[in-house]
Design a protein around this ligand. Sequence first.
Ligand SMILES: CC(=O)SCCNC(=O)CCNC(=O)[C@H](O)C(C)(C)COP(=O)(O)OP(=O)(O)OC[C@H]1O[C@@H](n2cnc3c(N)ncnc32)[C@H](O)[C@@H]1OP(=O)(O)O
Length: 129
Amino acid sequence: MRFHTRKWVKPQDLNPNASLFGGRLLEWIDEECALYSIIQLENPKVVTKFMSEINFQSSAVQGDIIEIGIDVVKFGNASLTLRCEVRNKMTRETIISIENIVMVSLDKNGKPQAHGKSEIEFVKDRLKD
Ligand SMILES: CC(=O)SCCNC(=O)CCNC(=O)[C@H](O)C(C)(C)COP(=O)(O)OP(=O)(O)OC[C@H]1O[C@@H](n2cnc3c(N)ncnc32)[C@H](O)[C@@H]1OP(=O)(O)O
């Protein structure tokens, strides 16, 4: 799993109990999955379709650094299924892991569109073509 993004937990990211607000974390995960899919599928119109069980295993507090990791589970026809894990760099604990996040590639009318991809590509390799 590649951990592309780090976040610094700031006062505006906290819940009233002074730990990382779960909604904020899900927002970061959703954006990370969208960016990952847009780059992999080479299509800016990608939406989140499905997320499997969400289980907050530990948390973070103000000043902690967390990192968000993404792995590909499966390339479908119009879909890309991802796995996500978020770790707390300070405590080294897993905060959350989501086994299946289904992203769908859309056409200009908002309908599912085959993406034609079947394996992870790295941008540096595309630049060689
Ligand atoms: C990043 C963001 O914030 S996006 C904002 C939040 N997301 C949204 O607004 C999306 C709203 N939903 C939609 O517009 C529609 O449901 C769509 C266009 C995504 C999908 O429409 P559907 O009619 O379900 O499409 P369809 O049945 O053809 O399925 C498309 C793909 O999604 C997969 N899929 C559909 N439903 C599910 C599901 N419940 N679980 C897992 N995968 C699913 C299908 O297996 C299919 O994959 P494949 O093409 O690789 O075989």
